[in-house]
Design a binder for this molecule. Structure first.
Ligand code: ARG
Length: 407
C-alpha cells in the first residue's frame, strides 16, 4: 500500500523546511508542499528545489493573489474590518484562504492530512484548524498536523533537522535582530525581539515598507482613488486590477511614512501581545472609503454598518471566516455599498494620510440644502414646528416630574 500523504503549507523558510523532514519521520507520511502566493510574500524562486532537498515528493506553487484581493481583502475593506480600530487584519484575512487551498490540494493529491507551521500560542492555529475542519466537513476527514505546536524542539535538535533538510543554519550576529514576520499584499505583521518590551519604541529595522517620517519627502503628494460600489478601481484616473492598485498605493504611502501601527493586541487565546504592522494601502483605502460613505450613506446606514464592522472584525480575527454569519454580514455590506461610487482625494505627507476631497454622483450632500448663501432651499419656518414636536416628551416630563428649573 502506498504511503499516506500530507500537504504542508510551505513558505520555504527554516521552520517549514524542517517540518518537511519532521513529518516524514514522525508520521511516516509522504509530504507534498503547497506554497501560495498572497503577494509580497516570501521569495518563491527556488522554493521547489528547497522542498525537494528536504524530501518532498511534490511541490505545488499557486498564485492566489487575485482571489485573495477579490474574495477576502475587498470584502474586508467594504465591511470596515479593522481589528480594535487599528489592525487591517492582513494576516487574519490570508489564513482562511490558505486553509481553503490546503484542503483543495489535499483532495487533489489524495492526502489524508494537512499541516501548517503555527505554534500553540497564536491566533493563526485557530484560523487554520477551524477553517480546515469546516471546509473538510463533507468529505473524508482530514488530519491536521502542526509540527511547531507538537515538536517542542531544542536549538540542537533543530540544528539536526536542518542538516537533514539540507539547510545551512543561518549565522546571526549578536547585534542582529530576527523578527517573526508574516506578510502578504495587504500588510505585514512584525513580532518578537525588542518589540516584546512595550515601553520601547520599535527599532527602525523592524520596518521595511515605510519610511521614518524624518526621511519622507518635504512635499506632500495627493492621490485620487476611484471607487465603484465600495471597491477601489482606479488610482489617479487610471484603472487598475485590485492587486496592482494595492501594490501601487503601498509604495506611494510607504514612501510618505504612512502605514505604521504599534498596538497592544488582544489575542483570541487570551494573551495580550505587542504587534507592529505596516499596512500602508490598507490605511489609505479604509480612510478613503470611509470618507466616501459619509456622503453616500444615510446616518442610519452608517450607524448599522459601524456596529456590524466591529462584529465582523472580531469574526475575521477569531477565525470565523467560514460561517453563515460572515456571509450574512457581507450581504448587508454589499447592499449598503450599492451607491459607494465616486472619487476620494487623499493627501500623504510626513506620515499622515488626510482626506481632502470626495465626490459622487450619488452623494446625499445637497449644496442648496447645506449652504448658508442665498441659494439656500432649506425651509427655516418648518424647523420651529419640527422642534416643537421633537422636544414634546422632554418638556412634558420636565413639567410633570421636576419642580424647578434648577437641575
Ligand atoms: N497578530 C496578528 C494576527 O493575529 C499577526 C500574526 C502574524 N504572525 C507573525 N508571525 N508575525 O493576525
Amino acid at each position: 500500500m502506498a504511503r499516506e500523504k500530507c500537504v504542508l503549507a510551505y513558505s520555504g523558510g527554516m521552520d517549514s523546511t524542517i517540518s518537511t523532514v519532521w513529518i516524514q519521520e514522525n508520521y511516516d507520511m509522504d509530504v507534498v508542499t503547497l506554497s501560495v502566493d498572497l503577494g509580497a510574500g516570501p521569495e518563491l524562486v527556488g522554493i521547489r528545489e528547497r522542498a525537494a532537498r528536504a524530501g518532498a515528493i511534490e511541490s505545488l506553487v499557486w498564485d492566489v493573489r487575485d482571489e485573495f484581493v477579490n474574495e477576502y481583502v475587498f470584502p474586508g475593506l467594504k465591511a470596515g474590518a479593522m481589528y480594535e480600530g487599528v489592525y487591517a487584519l492582513s494576516t487574519a484575512l490570508g489564513r482562511p484562504l490558505m486553509a481553503k487551498k490546503l484542503v483543495e490540494a489535499a483532495r487533489q493529491v489524495g492526502a489524508s492530512a494537512v499541516a501548517h507551521g503555527c505554534t500553540g500560542k497564536g491566533n493563526d492555529q485557530v484560523r487554520f484548524d477551524a477553517g480546515i475542519m469546516t471546509l473538510a466537513a463533507h468529505g473524508e476527514p482530514l488530519r491536521i498536523i502542526a509540527p511547531a505546536r507538537e515538536w517542542g524542539m531544542t536549538r540542537d535538535e533543530e540544528k539536526l533537522y536542518a542538516e537533514k533538510a539540507g539547510l545551512e543554519l543561518r549565522q546571526v550576529g549578536n547585534d542582529q535582530r530576527v523578527y517573526s514576520i508574516d506578510r502578504n499584499l495587504w500588510g505585514q505583521a512584525i513580532e518578537g525581539e525588542d518589540l516584546e518590551d512595550t515601553w520601547q519604541e520599535p527599532p527602525e529595522d523592524a520596518y521595511s515598507w515605510t519610511k521614518p517620517v524624518s526621511e519622507t519627502p518635504d512635499k506632500p503628494v495627493e492621490i485620487s482613488i476611484g471607487f465603484e460600489k465600495g471597491i477601489p478601481v482606479s488610482v489617479n484616473g487610471s484603472r487598475k486590477s485590485g492587486v496592482e492598485l494595492i501594490a501601487i498605493i503601498n509604495d506611494m504611502a510607504g514612501e510618505h511614512g504612512v502605514g505604521r501601527v504599534d498596538h497592544i493586541e488582544n489575542r483570541l487565546v487570551g494573551i495580550k501581545s505587542r504587534e507592529v504592522y505596516e499596512t500602508p494601502a490598507a490605511i489609505v483605502l479604509h480612510s478613503a472609503l470611509r470618507a466616501l460613505e459619509t456622503s453616500t450613506m444615510s446616518r442610519e446606514q452608517q450607524r448599522v454598518k459601524q456596529s456590524l464592522s466591529t462584529i465582523y472584525s472580531d469574526m475575521v480575527y477569531d477565525g470565523r471566516w467560514f460561517t453563515e454569519l460572515r456571509t450574512n454580514i457581507d450581504a448587508f455590506m454589499n447592499s449598503a455599498h450599492e451607491y459607494s461610487t465616486g472619487d476620494v482625494r487623499v493627501r500623504l505627507h510626513r506620515g499622515s494620510c488626510v482626506v481632502v476631497g470626495r465626490r459622487s454622483p450619488f452623494s446625499l450632500y445637497d449644496f442648496d440644502l447645506a449652504t448658508y448663501s442665498t441659494t439656500d432651499s432649506f425651509d427655516h419656518e418648518s424647523a420651529t414646528g419640527f422642534i416643537d414636536i421633537y422636544s414634546l416628551s422632554a418638556r412634558t416630563q420636565a413639567r410633570k416630574q421636576t419642580n424647578s428649573e434648577a437641575r
